[in-house]
Design a protein around this ligand. Sequence first.
Ligand code: PNS
Length: 162
Amino acid sequence: MSVKALYPGSFDPPTNGHVDLIQRGSRIFGHLTVAILNNPGKNPLFTVEERVEMLLECTRTLENVSIATFDGLMVDFARQQGCTAVLRGIRAISDYEYEFQMALMNRRLAPEIETVFLQPAGRYSFVSSRLLKEVFAFGGDLTGLIPPNVYKRLRDRMNNSC
Ligand code: PNS
């Protein structure tokens, strides 16, 4: 049976950890939709359109992966897309509590949808979008932690704001 899965998140910006998880998910599921939450209230660094473009660039070679945006309840969007699984990454035990709560709340809202947790490669276990933005803002090197196209956009953003 081919399972359609949704990989929801903020992806502000996408990291190598996200791309690693997308690659793993694309090998397990028949189709994987990467779903970017459109939440201007979070004051994102990149617009949702920019995040779509970056993720399209990162997943060009993966035929069963598509990129979408959503607002409102994630499980409503998953249903709308015909997804029966939700993919989330767990980097460390510290992620687990929040993810466990979300998974159980989502199960209450949509019992037919299963949350599946995957671990990104160990070399990305400390990587988060928030931390990368902070390190970048203070001039730290992000080589190997962030896709080259995303790194370029970060640099362009910095140069344009100077
Ligand atoms: O990358 P993030 O920010 O950790 O992703 C969190 C996300 C987008 C998956 C979560 O906030 C979400 O699903 N938001 C949509 C609204 C919703 O369904 N909330 C109930 C979660 S139990």
